[in-house]
Write a protein that binds this ligand. Structure first.
Ligand SMILES: C[S@@+](CC[C@H](N)C(=O)[O-])C[C@H]1O[C@@H](n2cnc3c(N)ncnc32)[C@H](O)[C@@H]1O
Length: 282
């Protein structure tokens, strides 16, 4: 049987959660001392990267988070989406923020069992859960188990609602064949809803970028500490679109941070951006 244990990745969610806290995107409900410690430990590298290389992890994290929020908001307002599943939610505050902003929205947060249990505890403690805002476990690598995508969607979701799925900070931890298997299964289940959308961030393999060597070093380091196959996917926008339509999505739009400078409150990076946000519809 294929290895489906990718829990070595989970601690990275604490770093990002502290970034959301530092930038006013999250709430005290998600305060967690190890997250703060991780964030402080990362400061020297972050400052070096930002000032010397002109790029930084925090800038990319904020760019992707704001752009995803913007696309999701439009899907709710303009496409009538009423059900959202955030896969690999970590301690993302998005479910809490969106449930407050949109009183009709149903929001299911999902992650590996350990992280899902932690999120459930924090949300419960702060009375932030409700009938329409829930947490459950999922493992995107599993098939035919209770935590497999099809089982969770079949059991937990209302098949009559227009549904949008988000993954943020997940897909580059897997090699392309592995993550494509998940995308195929996702596109197939989303076809069972009146409308289905999938929004994700993605770090492409931009060999032309001036900091490629630094990015490669970062990728190797991250793969080592998370015991995963961190990989950059696709070398161009056309390849991204082909990649997603090839696994069963009908329409694919690639969003680039530069289009949002001055439009959304995202930090501007001195060099060309490295992250993309992909908007798919089945
Ligand atoms: C970098 S964190 C991102 C968390 C959150 N989305 C964010 O942006 O702050 C990666 C998340 O993926 C989750 N994860 C790792 N392997 C997974 C799997 N096989 N299925 C579902 N989630 C997984 C981890 O537990 C972790 O919460």
């Amino acid at each position: 049987m294929a290895d489906t244990d990718s829990s070595g990745i989970s601690f990275t969610a604490y770093y990002t959660s502290q970034v959301w806290r530092q930038h006013g995107l999250s709430s005290p409900a998600f305060d967690f001392l190890p997250a703060k410690t991780l964030w402080w430990l990362g400061r020297p590298v972050e400052k070096f990267a930002e000032h010397v290389l002109g790029v930084s992890n925090d800038i990319m994290l904020l760019q992707r988070h704001h752009i995803i929020d913007d696309i999701v908001r439009r899907a709710i307002r303009e496409e009538g989406v009423t059900q959202i599943v955030e896969i690999a939610c970590g301690l993302s505050p998005r479910g809490t923020r969106f449930c407050e902003e949109f009183p009709e929205l149903h929001y299911l947060e999902t992650d590996l069992p350990g992280m899902a249990a932690h999120k459930q505890t924090l949300l419960e403690k702060n009375r932030l859960l409700s009938q329409r805002h829930r947490v459950c476990s999922i493992n995107i690598l599993e098939e035919n188990t209770p935590d497999a995508l099809a089982s969770v969607f079949g059991r937990e979701l209302d098949q009559a609602r227009k549904t949008l799925v988000i993954t943020e900070g997940l897909i580059n931890y897997f090699d392309l064949p592995t993550i494509s298997g998940f995308w195929k299964r996702l596109a197939a289940v989303l076809k069972g809803f009146p409308a289905g959308f999938y929004i994700t961030d993605l770090y492409p393999d931009f060999k032309w970028h001036p900091v490629t060597r630094f990015v490669d070093t970062f990728v190797h380091g991250l793969a080592f500490v998370t015991r995963s196959r961190v990989s950059l996917h696709f070398g161009s926008e056309a390849a991204i679109r082909e990649g997603f339509t090839g696994v069963g999505f009908g329409e694919c739009r690639v969003h680039i941070p530069e289009s949002y400078y001055g439009v959304l409150p995202i930090p501007v990076q001195r060099l060309s951006s490295l992250v993309r946000v992909i908007e798919n519809r089945v």
